[in-house]
Design a protein. Structure first.
Length: 191
């Protein structure tokens, strides 16, 4: 498998970024849902610290992913993909990228406006990006909450589309993002 993207499939670098970010987002959704209902305790503080550290990691990974995407491009759509479907997929991808940046930044802003320290896995401190401010805290919290709903919706849409391509259209859209699925050429016809 090639490191770089080709006209027909995603390369190993893009695949790695995709699945690392997918795991990170799913972990964040699970941790986020779990931690908000925890009673105040050291365990809750540790869970919040983990949530923040994973969020910062996602922010770094998505910036690297975007740099790679701009450098390496993307494979062409599968033959026979309607133009509207390709436009919808492209829009969804860019909205996901935007939310993968906005979510960690809104969390960082919420953390800063709440006057909490921010560390990355206990290794080093990150600077506050805002002064303590109750109104900004409320705004950042709402942005983070609504971003959560949007990213959940887009992840479901993205996943459903990939499954639809695989099971209904029987094309290689999903296979192109899986490692080890080979370099079979396009045929333009379902297998």
């Amino acid at each position: 498998m090639r490191l770089a993207n080709t006209r027909d499939r995603w390369g190993l670098v893009s695949i790695g970024f995709h699945w690392l970010l997918a795991i990170g987002i799913l972990a964040m959704i699970g941790i986020g849902l779990y931690m908000v209902d925890m009673p105040n305790s050291m365990a809750k503080l540790r869970m919040y610290a983990l949530h923040k550290s994973i969020g910062l990691t996602i922010l770094a990974l998505v910036v690297l992913r975007l740099g790679w995407r701009l450098y390496a491009g993307a494979p062409a759509p599968e033959p026979g993909t309607p133009r509207w479907q390709h436009a919808a997929a492209t829009t969804t991808h860019w909205l996901l990228y935007g939310l993968m940046i906005a979510m960690p930044l809104s969390g960082w802003l919420y953390n800063s406006a709440s006057n909490f320290p921010l560390q990355w896995f206990g290794q080093f401190n990150l600077p506050a990006i805002a002064s303590p401010d109750p109104e900004l805290k409320a705004l950042a919290r709402n942005l983070h909450r609504w971003g959560y709903y949007l990213i959940c919706m887009l992840v479901l849409l993205h996943s459903a589309a990939a499954i639809k391509h695989h099971l209904v259209d029987r094309d290689r859209t999903l296979l192109r993002m899986l490692p080890g699925t080979g370099e079979r050429p396009r045929t333009g016809a379902p297998e």
